[in-house]
Design a protein around this ligand. Structure first.
Ligand code: NDP
Length: 258
């Protein structure tokens, strides 16, 4: 278990899924985690559950919640300033908030392109820019962003693939620019992880989550889909001091699939 004692982390889109599992993992290592989400009530409920978790209590960690639309520049700047004022530091940022608006390219309307780019990519620019204001003077920071296997191309996901490939370029570049300040910047690129997001994809293609998962499992070397905790473990590694010389990387978490 990585030690995050005295560390303050912000996890965007942390109310559920991979973000919630990541917030729990960091808090179970002793961190104070700020769960940021569009769904403020969901973020509050998740933060309460995390703070009451026996491993979190034992490690001296905790979670708090704040409503935050990560696509809104003024909101992001205010929320990050507020959390820095309250906790006095910001050590770890996990850019996790994301949405899909899938469609074949010739049917993809501009609002679906814009929404996916804003939530999956521009949000990482806004939150990383806000976070580095506090990380640079502290000469310490860990930024981890959610890319996706879809960055390599995925039918029906031109918008999402472009955004998630953009995360990889942003990550590589921030690693170069922020390295001088002891800030590492990395990304994880999961394959199919069982969350509300993939359940919604199943529904869209007229399948049940179980059938959809079984089809993906059949073409995955490990013979199953991934779980949010399995992504959270990799995010926690990049966020930890164990990864102090690892920067600019994107790690695929895909059950062995190419
Ligand atoms: P979920 O849909 O379960 O959770 C995403 C969270 O982000 C939700 O709580 C959602 O809130 C929140 N969110 C959406 N828009 C915003 C916004 N503008 N501001 C703040 N929060 C927002 O997704 P997953 O846990 O599955 O995915 C997490 C990340 O991992 C995403 O970036 C996703 O693209 C990526 N990923 C997921 C994979 C998978 O198979 N599940 C595979 C590869 C990458 P609300 O519910 O209110 O919309």
């Amino acid at each position: 278990m990585s030690n995050f004692t005295n560390k303050v982390a912000a996890v965007t889109g942390g109310a559920q899924g991979i973000g919630a599992a990541t917030a729990l993992k960091l808090a179970a290592g002793g961190a104070t985690v700020v769960v940021l989400d569009l769904n403020e009530d969901g973020a509050k409920e998740t933060a309460l559950q995390i703070s009451a978790h026996p491993q979190v209590v034992a490690a001296g960690g905790r979670a708090v919640a704040a409503g935050c639309d990560v696509t809104d520049e003024a909101t992001v700047d205010r929320v990050f300033a507020d959390l820095h004022r309250e906790f006095g530091r910001l050590d770890i940022l996990v850019n996790n908030a994301g949405v899909t608006r899938d469609n074949l390219f010739f049917k993809m309307e501009r609002p679906d392109w814009d929404a996916v780019l804003a939530t999956n990519l521009t949000s990482a620019y806004l939150c990383s820019r806000a976070a580095q204001r506090y990380m640079v003077p502290a000469r310490y920071g860990r930024i981890v962003s959610l890319s996706s296997r879809s960055a390599l191309g995925n039918r029906g996901q031109a918008n999402y693939a472009a955004a998630k490939a953009g995360i990889q370029g942003l990550t590589a570049t921030l690693a170069i620019e922020l390295g001088a300040f002891n800030i590492t910047v990395n990304a994880v690129a999961p394959g199919y992880i069982a969350t509300s997001m993939t359940a919604a994809t199943a529904e869209r293609v007229g399948s049940s989550p179980e059938d959809h998962q079984a089809a993906v499992a059949a073409r995955t070397p490990l013979g199953r889909v991934g779980q949010p905790e399995e992504v959270a473990a990799a995010v926690a590694f990049f966020a930890s001091d164990d990864a102090s010389y690892v920067s600019g990387q994107t790690l695929y978490i895909n059950g062995g699939a190419r």
